[in-house]
Design a binder for this molecule. Structure first.
Ligand SMILES: Nc1nc(=O)c2c([nH]1)NC[C@@H]1CN(c3ccc(C(=O)N[C@@H](CCC(=O)O)C(=O)O)cc3)C=[N+]21
Length: 286
């Protein structure tokens, strides 16, 4: 058996086409969504992600507001640049690219973002709303994973999902999304302190590998016919490496691969959050 591919790249293209129409409808009301990005330092990976986000924006008709700062930027300077975007009416949503370099603290910077403009859904107020089940922008990667499964007809209600990784951008919020009434999955959240990881992954109908450990999930750890979602991205000399080992394709029914799976969906969900923020703005004006 060879797993079918959960094609995030193709689905992201479909979602972008849908968003393009919603952006055109907003334009008729005189609203142009604008995505701001704050990029500090010169990490090549971060630069390439941010470039990709602005390329996506151009395709969909979202304006781009790019703020680039040197690695030597002080906390006070970063704070004032974030506050400028909070106050800029042309910026309907923005992100601070993570991780921040040096002594700049990620959590501190996220708290400075206006929760109403939080395109990443990572502001503590919005994560709190997610816990409470109140409307809020959702974290992009978890939302992208749910959308990728949904639109490929993979049943979540009643499914046993094993999430490997408890990070604040993927694993932990994904557990919250999947256990909402609207998803109704049962989630086991595993992490580096889990004693017998394979015992948990083997029971799962869906395994999400988001630990950032190349090749962590092997065929022996997967129930035949399970769905495996790769969220790991590690850059090696051999190229991008996911958390899902190639052997998994022989036992799984579906695999979301790296590249071409969750990454493009993350970007599509960022655009979705920006368009939704702008639509919310439009409805308060109407
Ligand atoms: N504030 C903030 N928000 C983020 O959403 C955020 C962040 N910081 N910091 C870093 C991570 C990582 N991330 C990715 C997005 C798209 C791909 C992506 O499109 N990947 C392509 C491959 C790209 C390549 O070749 O490098 C793929 O998987 O097909 C990957 C990773 C967003 N992040």
């Amino acid at each position: 058996m060879t797993a079918e591919i959960l094609d995030g790249k193709a689905l992201a293209a479909t979602i972008k086409a849908e968003l393009k129409e919603r952006v055109a409808a907003l334009a008729e009301q005189g609203i142009v969504p604008g995505l701001g990005t704050v990029l500090v330092g010169d990490d090549p990976g971060s630069h390439s992600y941010v470039r990709g986000k602005h390329r996506d924006c151009a395709q969909v008709g979202i304006a781009s507001i790019e703020v680039e700062l040197p690695a030597s930027t002080s906390a006070a300077e970063l704070e004032s640049r974030i506050r400028e975007l909070n106050d800029d009416p042309a910026c309907t949503g923005f992100i601070v690219q993570l991780p921040l370099p040096g002594a700049l603290d990620d959590a501190w910077a996220l708290e400075l973002v206006d929760p109403g403009k939080d395109a990443d859904g990572l502001h503590p107020v919005n994560l709190g709303r997610l816990v409470l089940g109140e409307p809020a922008p959702l974290p992009c990667t978890p939302r992208g994973i749910v959308e990728l499964l949904r639109r490929n007809g993979i049943e979540l209600a009643g499914a046993e999902v094993c999430v490997v990784g408890r990070g604040t951008t993927v694993g932990r919020p994904l557990g919250l999304l999947l256990t909402r009434k609207s998803e109704n999955a049962t989630v086991t959240l595993c992490h580096t302190g889990t004693v017998d990881l394979a015992a948990h992954t083997r029971r799962a109908d869906i395994v999400v590998a988001a630990a950032g450990r190349p090749g962590l999930l092997t065929a022996e750890m997967v129930k035949p016919g399970a769905v495996c979602v790769d969220v790991g991205i590690t850059r090696t000399d051999a190229g991008l490496q996911g958390d899902v080992d190639a052997s998994v394709h022989e036992v799984a029914s579906w695999v979301a691969p790296v590249p071409g799976g969750v990454g493009p969906m993350t970007r599509a969900m960022l655009l979705t959050n920006v368009v939704e923020r702008a639509e919310a703005l439009a409805s308060t004006r109407a």
